[in-house]
Write a protein that binds this ligand. Structure first.
Ligand code: ATP
Ligand code: MG
Length: 254
């Protein structure tokens, strides 16, 4: 990134892209992670590359769910490990949850590298290297999970998760929080709480909210959750894209 000046209008986006490339070079992120990032970038462009009010609302509901959870677990894949390792470790510490490495194109080598990467940021409990359970309804390679981790969790935070696996977790009765810039994806439509925001903005926001909301009474957290409507938040996220486009490109979009 040394050759891109911070004044470049798309600096933040280019920096994020660079981190994913670095993740691939270090054997943390799979090649498919580059394609996923490209998709995310396109959608973030439509959103104006900022946290919208519906994303903020989803982040609040997510923070409430994490604070109330009995057995929360934070899932980390190759893109999350490249983009927000430090933030995932910090969030885990704030809510007292383990991290679990959970990657779509699983190789034992990459799982180990991601776990080591998280430990290098001070992670205390990293699961996923020795899966001992299977999520029902998924093929063998994709189903791997850990007892005491994702398998037994009541609330799972799975940023950038695949649609199928997300559905399988919901079928197990878990409350699923995801971060996905695509409000139309199966992941987005299936999850309990969908944060339509870039993971690089969502994680710092979540950490701040968990800090702020930690002092709230249980009843207040419960009412935040019961007032939350994911379908409405997805609809408003799509509207946020359309209204951003019509403001930014009035001659092209009305
Ligand atoms: P579906 O959920 O419909 O099955 P998919 O699983 O085929 O979609 P993938 O490419 O596997 O899509 O998942 C990547 C998803 O993650 C995309 O929806 C993309 O918008 C989103 N995404 C990629 N990078 C980021 C990011 N940095 N922050 C937030 N979301 C991102
Ligand atoms: Mg998906």
């Amino acid at each position: 990134m040394s050759d891109v000046p911070p004044s470049h209008p798309r600096y933040a986006s280019l920096l994020t892209r660079e981190k994913v490339v670095e993740g691939v070079e270090r054997g943390i992120t799979g090649l498919n992670g580059l394609i996923a990032q490209g998709r995310g970038e396109a959608l973030d462009y439509l959103l104006g590359e900022k946290t919208t009010p519906p994303a903020e609302e989803a982040e609040r509901a997510a923070a409430a769910l994490l604070l109330l959870a009995e057995r929360p677990v934070l899932s980390v894949n190759g893109n999350a490990a490249a983009l927000v390792p430090e933030e995932m470790v910090l969030l885990a510490r704030k809510i007292g949850a383990p991290l679990e490495v959970n990657i779509f194109y699983r190789t034992e080598e990459r799982v180990r590298r991601i776990a080591d990467h998280l430990r290098s940021f001070g992670a205390e409990e990293v699961l996923g290297e020795e899966p001992d359970a299977s999520i029902p309804g998924l093929d063998h390679a994709r189903a791997k999970a850990t007892r005491g981790g994702i398998f037994d969790a009541d609330v799972v935070f799975v940023p950038l998760e695949d649609g199928d696996r997300c559905e399988a977790l919901v079928r197990m009765g878990k409350r699923v929080i995801t971060v996905d810039l695509n409000p139309l994806s199966r992941t987005a439509r299936t999850s309990t709480v969908t944060i339509v925001d870039n993971v690089v903005r969502a994680l710092p926001n979540l950490i701040t909210l968990v800090e702020e909301m930690a002092s709230l009474r249980e009843a207040e957290l419960l009412s935040t959750i019961s007032a939350y409507d994911n379908r409405a938040v997805l609809r408003r996220s799509v509207e946020a894209m359309i209204s951003h486009l019509s403001r930014q490109f009035p001659d092209l979009v009305d």
